[in-house]
Ligand binder design. Sequence first.
Ligand SMILES: Cc1cc2nc3c(=O)[nH]c(=O)nc-3n(C[C@H](O)[C@H](O)[C@H](O)COP(=O)(O)OP(=O)(O)OC[C@H]3O[C@@H](n4cnc5c(N)ncnc54)[C@H](O)[C@@H]3O)c2cc1C
Length: 490
Amino acid sequence: MTRVDVAVVGSGPNGLAAAVTMARAGLSVHVHEQAATVGGGLRGATLFDSEVWHDLCAAVHPMAAASAFFREFDLAARGVVLLRPSIAYAHPLDGGAAAVAYHDLAATCDRLGPDGRRWQRLMGPLVRHSAGVTDFLLSGQRSLPDDLAAPLLLGPRILEHLLRANGMRTEPARALLTGVAAHAMGRLPSVAAGAIALLLGHLAHATGWPLPQGGSVRIAEALADDLRSHGGTVHTGHQVTDLAELDARVIMLDTTPRSLLALAGDRLPQRYRRALKRFHYGPAAAKVDFLVSEPIPWANPEVGGAGTVHLGGTRAETLTTENSAVRGVGGAEPFVLVVDPAVTDPGRAVGGRRPVWAYAHVPNGDARDPVPLITRRIEKYAPGFADTVIASRGVPATEYESYNPNYPGGDIGAGAVTLTQSVFRPVPAWNPYRTPLPGVYLCSASTPPGPSVHGMCGYLAARAALRAEFNVTTIPRLGPDDGAGPAQRR
Ligand SMILES: Cc1cc2nc3c(=O)[nH]c(=O)nc-3n(C[C@H](O)[C@H](O)[C@H](O)COP(=O)(O)OP(=O)(O)OC[C@H]3O[C@@H](n4cnc5c(N)ncnc54)[C@H](O)[C@@H]3O)c2cc1C
């Protein structure tokens, strides 16, 4: 293999974002992927001998709709249609009750009754400063934000979230907000979970919580197409086991610190190795892909219009189950996220069959079969669901790592999301992407700003490497219309 400027290990959204950015700077880029297809957490497949497409990992994309990387890359202009449900997320409660977050903020506030005004005061200003808030939270947080209102709005709100659930007094509003905070997959309440609740919570009323028409794989395909059209190449089906395999001036690792330790061995200085070993992994996901014969029969029919459904019960119940998972205790009623993609994208139902995507938050390394666990949880709020199931496939937390080495013990965040590990991810350093090995960078969700499909870890790592290794200070343009506008200088 001939020497290239940049070798990228891993083709998840961050690896591809790094690859695209560096290819756009005119460098030769080669991506190495252990799986048979590109995309990492964006991959999907047909299962159960049917033509129905299942998202194997990520399904819903508030971050891809809003992040600076994807705003620049412009998915829509590449034919990726982000379908935005009018109800971003719903949270069923006992007795057929439910709390609902509409895309429309005013409608959400109306529905929340006595807490409506408080929801408006919480989310309204964030929605008005949405790009600034998003860019601040999805940054490396090592420079002044462009919109100074963002930290000023977020600071007091995060504190209030920590102390008193942002003042929400009724159970539906408290449960609704706690369900969004649970996306942090960590201790509740916490600063990190508060920041995630405000980021995802306000995005529901701004750019929305969309699903890509046809599945998440469309995003990976758009990134890979752009890479190839700028001279990049992708090699699938081979796991890189040693950095020495790669003949490149710069190596970008879309991997965890644990993999970096394995790939580099004792070439890394002792101190850095010790720091990487201190990086810890959080609770895990256990997922079920269902093939069903009809839409989920939610007891509250309004829940059936939601893109995403959170099954966590009351605020107190969600706090208990999430904190138990952090402590390594797996309960019988875990927090579960459910998506029936055909609600938002009717084309996902084929011949009267449709996919249902659901995963539970469980302790790291939990070996339980999630099928009965998750089926029971959905049945509780949608009696009769089990009768609609034609086939199901459970992936316990312990199996995720063999599917994707970036999910140690089933931690799909590639590292616990705590306050310290959000900023000092993976180690305390001004430039968290650069490793002590010359030309070797980390660019995965184990670096700031952390998990989700936003491409920002790869984008920021690529910019750091372009500056330091190639003296490229002009940020390459990423849009599909090459040469149409000025590049940015930083
Ligand atoms: C069940 C589940 C549901 C999720 N739901 C959502 C969601 O709805 N919305 C959302 O925004 N996010 C979601 N996520 C999280 C999201 O998928 C990840 O945060 C995101 O994919 C991280 O991107 P990444 O590029 O850092 O890593 P990944 O997407 O994990 O990609 C890493 C890639 O590197 C490859 N790789 C690793 N090591 C090597 C090696 N040594 N050699 C070759 N290849 C290697 C892996 O095979 C993989 O393809 C979900 C994740 C899971 C698992």
